[in-house]
Design a binder for this molecule. Structure first.
Ligand code: PEP
Ligand code: MG
Length: 313
């Protein structure tokens, strides 16, 4: 009997000089885990827990959450899995957590702000995550969405560590957090840049609104300069910085992000292959040069053009 033919594992994300750039998956359900592994995900960089409860009228119980998180972690033994606390509000309202009366929900009680108004929901979620960590072998990291102050970062870290969760970080999605990245990283174990919201808030353009969608472009040098702040803070503090917004799925922009000091990239699993291939074409020095070229531009279109020219020179 012939042995089953096993596909060779896909090579991990890396630049030509060997600099490792782990390529991780964005997931909204444990169901997507197997496909992500098949496509070469080296772990999970963003698990959007709110997607599990979009149709729930009541806050999920500790038990049902423990079950979902355990299923997710079991798919990634020994691998890093970053789970985001519920990001309720604005484009992702949860009926048990979101006040739908707000006139500007994107600027209201969303993400960690909403969780800190109802700490029982956050407490239950962190308990379920701690249970799942206990029951599995994955390397669980937890992070808070929509953090805009150092105090919020400090509060989330304190609550997560108190539950026995070893690695607690924050998303950088608001310009205030990018500008104070070094202070934020003083309170958090890592940062993950959410470029979808960071672009929305930098450009003051609702990400859900078609009429301003031309402004929702993470190539804009204003967004890139904020990412540079976070990359530099990661390097000065020695704390890891990832990107988990759509920007990481654009192969040339992925090179720019690495050149700005980003250590890991997380994306929809379908994008992993093209990003992996593009990274193998450049050294760390070249990535920095490509990033510099993009930073010097005055528009998103110019930044793209300048980065492309630098990448080919
Ligand atoms: C982001 O804002 O870039 C992000 C990754 O989070 P979400 O898209 O779920 O808001
Ligand atoms: Mg976001």
């Amino acid at each position: 009997q012939r042995a089953a033919v096993q596909a060779a594992p896909l090579s991990p994300g890396a630049l030509t000089d060997g600099t490792e750039v782990p390529l991780l998956a964005n997931l909204g359900s444990p169901k997507g885990a197997a496909e992500a592994v098949e496509l070469g995900a080296e772990g999970v960089g963003l698990f959007r827990t709110e997607f599990l409860f979009l149709s729930s009228d009541e806050a999920p119980t500790v038990e049902e959450q423990t079950e979902s998180y355990t299923e997710l972690l079991q798919a990634f033994p020994g691998k890093k899995v970053v789970v985001r606390a519920l990001d309720a509000g604005a484009d992702k309202p949860l009926s048990f957590l979101t006040n739908t009366e707000e006139e500007n929900p994107a600027l209201g009680l969303r993400g960690l702000r909403a969780l800190l108004t109802d700490e029982q929901v956050l407490d239950d979620q962190l308990t379920a995550l701690a249970n799942a960590q206990e029951a599995t072998e994955a390397d669980l990291w937890v992070m808070a969405p929509m953090v805009s102050t150092v105090e919020e970062a400090q509060r989330f870290s304190e609550l997560a560590h108190a539950k026995g969760l070893k690695t607690a970080g924050v998303m950088v999605e608001v310009p205030s957090s990018a500008l104070l990245a070094e202070n934020i990283l003083g309170e958090a174990d890592f940062a993950s840049i959410g470029t979808n919201d960071l672009t929305q808030y930098t450009m003051a353009a609702d990400r859900m609104l078609g009429s301003v969608s031309h402004l929702q472009d993470p190539w804009h040098p204003a967004v890139l300069r904020l990412i540079r702040e976070v990359g530099a803070a990661g390097q000065s503090t020695g704390k890891p910085v990832g990107v988990c917004g759509e920007a990481a799925a654009d192969p040339l922009l992925a090179v720019v992000l690495v050149g700005l000091g980003v250590n890991t990239l997380s994306m929809a699993p379908a994008a992993l292959s093209d990003v992996r291939t593009e990274l193998t074409l450049h050294s760390a020095e070249k990535a920095r040069a490509v990033a510099q070229a993009a930073l010097g531009a005055s528009s998103a279109a110019e930044a793209r053009k300048a980065a492309l020219a630098a990448s080919q020179s």
